[in-house]
Design a protein around this ligand. Structure first.
Ligand SMILES: *Cc1c(COP(=O)(O)O)cnc(C)c1O
Length: 370
């Protein structure tokens, strides 16, 4: 399972496999060819994997790190990789001076926003165009005019021009139309800013339409070994395994009910194991009653009753030899069985991004294969 010793007194932890991280990075490189640069998205503590350690490993083939805010930028900078950092989300007015001073690449949606940064000194900007995400960015109909204004702002260097795909994993037709509209704008904007790089592909885009890589791609989830496009999942290696120790084994008689709301009733006598992980650790409460499972001694054990804040109850009747302190796998492999972030996400009505970034602070992180 792990190639390092987990203290017997540790209740729950995540094992981060850096050789898997490297394999996923290499797969992305293979998909996009040698020309494009990789902007590795390490926001939200590298999707829960640990920003500093993840950045150190990914730096091998990463030109730029993508983060959501200044706190994350500071943390990634402390890894000392020397790579550029791009702030993918807008800054608050009160954050702009630091962003410029630190030399980060900032994302802007308008000339006015670029100007607000340039007041504090020389700044590199990523001009974002909204081609269908409807979140940040300049509306595509105004992009040409707005971009011409950006070019006139002193102290401003256009690092790149980008857009974002809202449905690369579920709507091929819309994504194709979006990519085509972006390409039309691109041909005009390249004439105005020949030095600028273009980028639009997130993980799903890289896996399904790598031909649109251009100068930069922005993978997040795929680096961590998950894909929302199921045909690509087998090629990726899940980086994070989440484990916990059984804290108590019990026998319940037929008719016993389990957890808040008494939604589970034992039809026969069962052996239960209490696993000291709950929704406060990021084990989704919405997994309650949806056939979520964990692995103990390589066997699948269903989570029964409602997920509570600090504990879950599992039916461990399939593991008669179970003991207090046994290792439980919540995500990852044990023997021949594997639970993926996609599986737990499906069982709880959410997405793998939410599962990974939701793993909480009580879960210690162990890095191996670095
Ligand atoms: C988070 C993010 C990404 C990465 O998305 P994945 O689907 O995880 O690959 C790429 N681009 C932007 C602008 C983002 O905010």
């Amino acid at each position: 399972m792990e190639n390092f010793v987990i203290p017997e007194g540790l209740r729950t932890w995540a094992e981060i496999d850096h050789s898997a991280l490297r394999s996923n990075l290499a797969l992305i490189r293979k998909k996009i060819g040698l020309a494009a640069k990789i902007l590795a998205v390490v926001k939200a503590n590298a999707y829960g994997h640990g920003a500093v350690q993840t950045a150190c490993t990914l730096a091998e083939d990463t030109s730029i790190f993508g983060v959501a805010n200044l706190d994350e930028a500071r943390e990634v900078e402390s890894a000392g990789t020397g790579r550029d950092i791009m702030l993918l989300s807008p800054c608050l007015p009160g954050e702009r001076a630091e962003a410029v001073g630190a030399g980060h690449i900032v994302t802007v949606s308008s000339a006015a926003e670029a100007e607000a940064y340039a007041r504090f000194g020389k700044v590199r900007v990523n001009f974002k165009i909204d081609t269908g995400m409807g979140r940040i960015g300049c509306l595509e109909t105004q992009a040409l005019l707005e971009f011409q204004r950006v070019l006139q702002i002193p102290n401003t260097l256009v690092h790149s021009i980008s857009s974002h795909l809202p449905s690369a994993d579920e709507d091929v037709a819309f994504t194709s139309s979006q990519l085509e509209r972006f390409a039309n704008l691109e041909s005009q904007l390249r004439l105005l800013a020949p030095q600028a790089s273009f980028h639009v592909l997130n993980s799903a885009g890289i896996l399904t339409q790598p031909i649109h890589a251009r100068e930069i791609v922005r993978p997040g989830l795929a680096l961590y070994g998950c894909s929302s496009v199921s045909e690509f999942s087998p090629a990726l290696f899940p980086v994070l395994s989440w484990r916990a120790r059984v804290v108590q084994v019990r026998n319940l008689p037929a008719g016993a009910t389990v957890s808040y709301g008494r939604t589970f009733k034992a039809a026969t006598p069962i052996r239960t194991a209490i696993v000291p992980v709950g929704y406060a650790d990021g084990f989704p409460r919405h997994a309650s009653g949806n056939e979520a499972r964990v692995l103990i001694r390589g066997k699948s054990c269903p989570v029964i009753g409602r997920v509570t804040m600090d504990q879950i109850v599992v039916n461990a009747s399939a593991v008669p030899e179970i003991c207090d302190g046994d290792i439980t796998t919540l995500l990852g492999s044990d023997g021949d069985e594997t639970i993926t972030a996609n599986e737990l996400a499906e069982k709880s009505g959410t997405i793998a991004w939410d599962i990974l970034t939701g793993i909480g602070r009580r879960v210690a992180r162990f890095h191996h294969g670095t």
